[in-house]
Design a protein around this ligand. Structure first.
Ligand SMILES: Cc1ncc(COP(=O)(O)O)c(C=O)c1O
Length: 391
C-alpha cells in the first residue's frame, strides 16, 4: 500500500513539473508545401513567427530576466533579425558573431562576450568595437582581459550542477567553488570591475532545480564580492531552457516559477539576464533530409541519410534524441541510421524504431531542430551544407 502511494505521489509530481503547457512546433503542412518546390539537398524550414512567440513567452514568464540570445544556436541573419525586432540582446562566442550583430545594428553594449576563453586578438577587437561585458572563469583570463581593457565589466562563470541536462556543459568551464575566493580577491587587489556572476545549467536542461542552485551560489558569490569591496550588479542565469523532443520537459513557466522565486530578494540594482539559445529557435524549424539508400548487414537494417553527424545532426552523438517522422506506415523495426560520408563516426543511431518499409528516396522529417543543427554543419567529404529557408 505504502509503495503504491509513493508511486502515485511520484507520478503526480512529475505531471506537475513536466508538460504542463502546450508547446507549438512548425506545422508540417508547411514542409509538404516547401517540398513541392523540389528538393536538392537537406534543409531547415524555419517559421519566424514561432521564434517571436517563444521570446514573448520567455519574457512573459520571467519579466525581470532580459533574454540575450546565444547566437551560436542558430546564427542565420533572418533568425537574428527576428530576435532584434523582438528586442533581444545577444551573447557571443567569437568576433565573427560580434561582426554579424554589429552589422545588423545591434549596439555593442547589448552584446555580452560569454566565452570563458578568448584570444588576445579577439579581446582587442571586441574592446575596440565597444563590447563592455566579458566573462571569465580563471585568474589567467582575468589578467588577460584587464591587460587589454582595464575598465572591462567582468562576470564570473561559476560551476553549477548539470544534473538532468541532455547536453551537459559542466567541466570544461566554470570556476570551481573552491577557487572563487581567490579570483574575487585578485580582482579587488588589481582594481578590476568584477561585477557579475553567471552559470550554465547544461543545454536541454530538464531539471529546474539546477537554476535554483546556480542562483543561490551566485548570491553567495555576490556576498563575497561585496566583502572584498567589489560592486556586483549582474546576474546572468545562462542558457539551458529545454524544448520538446521525445522526453518530457518542464515548460518555461515551470522553470520561471523556480527562477522568479530565487531572484525575488535580489536588490533592484542587480540586472538579471539569461542566454537562451535552443529555447528560442528549436521549435520554429523542421529539418528535412532524405534516405540515400538502405542495406542489410549481418541481419541488421541500415539506412543512410544525406545529412548525418557532419551535416547538422550532431547532437545525437551526446545522446540527444529527436522525434523522427516519415511518410511510411509499416511496422516499426530497429534501424541503424548513418550519414552519407565515409567516416565511421558518421553513425547517428542504433535500434531506432522506424517503419520497416522505408526506402531509398524517402523523406525524413525532424521536428524542433532549429538549434544546433545547421549551425554545426560542415561540408566534409564534399556534401553540401543544409539550406535554411525562413518563412
Ligand atoms: C555561454 C553560453 N550561453 C548560452 C548558451 C545557450 O545554451 P542553450 O542553447 O542551451 O540555451 C550556451 C550554449 O552552449 C553557452 O555556451
Amino acid at each position: 500500500m505504502k509503495v503504491r502511494s509513493a508511486t502515485v505521489q511520484k507520478r503526480i509530481e512529475s505531471e506537475v513539473i513536466f508538460d504542463t503547457h502546450p508547446e507549438i512546433s512548425l506545422d508540417l503542412s508547411r514542409v509538404e508545401e516547401a517540398l513541392k518546390k523540389g528538393y536538392s539537398r537537406p534543409f531547415l524550414l524555419v517559421d519566424s513567427n514561432i521564434i517571436r512567440n517563444k521570446i514573448r513567452r520567455f519574457k512573459a514568464a520571467m519579466p525581470r530576466v532580459h533574454p540575450h540570445y546565444a547566437a551560436k544556436a542558430n546564427p542565420d541573419p533572418r533568425v537574428l533579425r527576428t530576435l532584434i525586432e523582438e528586442g533581444a540582446g545577444f551573447e557571443i562566442a567569437s568576433i565573427a558573431e560580434l561582426d554579424l550583430l554589429l552589422s545588423m545594428g545591434v549596439p555593442a553594449a547589448e552584446i555580452y562576450y560569454s566565452n570563458p576563453m578568448k584570444s588576445r586578438a579577439y579581446l582587442e577587437y571586441a574592446a575596440a568595437k565597444g563590447v563592455e561585458w566579458y566573462v571569465l572563469d580563471s585568474i589567467e583570463e582575468l589578467h588577460k582581459i584587464v591587460s587589454i581593457k582595464s575598465d572591462a565589466k567582468l562576470y564570473l562563470r561559476i560551476d553549477t550542477p548539470n544534473i538532468g541536462s541532455d547536453w551537459p556543459l559542466a567541466g570544461k568551464f566554470g570556476t570551481h567553488l573552491a577557487d572563487i575566493k581567490e579570483i574575487i580577491d585578485e580582482a579587488a587587489h588589481i582594481g578590476a570591475d568584477l561585477a557579475g556572476v553567471t552559470f550554465h545549467v547544461g543545454s536541454q536542461c530538464r531539471n529546474p532545480q539546477n537554476w535554483r542552485v546556480g542562483i543561490e551560489r551566485a548570491k553567495n558569490v555576490f556576498a563575497d564580492m561585496r566583502q572584498a569591496g567589489l560592486r556586483p550588479r549582474l546576474l546572468n542565469i545562462g542558457g539551458g531552457y529545454p524544448v520538446r523532443h521525445v522526453k518530457p520537459i518542464p515548460s518555461i513557466e515551470v522553470i520561471a516559477e523556480v527562477v522568479n522565486a530565487a531572484i525575488a530578494d535580489l536588490p533592484a540594482d542587480i540586472r538579471v539576464m539569461a542566454e537562451p539559445g535552443r529555447y528560442l529557435v528549436s521549435d520554429s524549424a523542421c529539418f528535412v533530409c532524405r534516405v540515400v539508400g538502405t542495406a542489410t548487414r549481418n541481419g541488421k537494417r541500415w539506412m543512410y541519410w544525406d545529412a548525418g553527424i557532419f551535416g547538422g545532426i550532431i547532437e545525437v552523438s551526446e545522446g540527444l534524441r529527436y522525434e523522427i517522422l516519415t511518410n511510411r506506415q509499416g511496422n516499426k523495426i530497429p534501424w541503424s541510421i548513418a550519414g552519407p560520408t565515409c567516416d565511421s563516426v558518421d553513425v547517428l543511431m542504433h535500434d531506432e524504431p522506424l517503419p520497416d518499409d522505408i526506402q531509398e528516396g524517402d523523406f525524413i522529417f525532424i521536428p524542433n531542430a532549429g538549434a544546433y543543427t545547421t549551425a554545426y554543419a560542415s561540408n566534409f567529404n564534399g556534401f553540401p551544407l543544409p539550406d535554411v529557408i525562413v518563412l
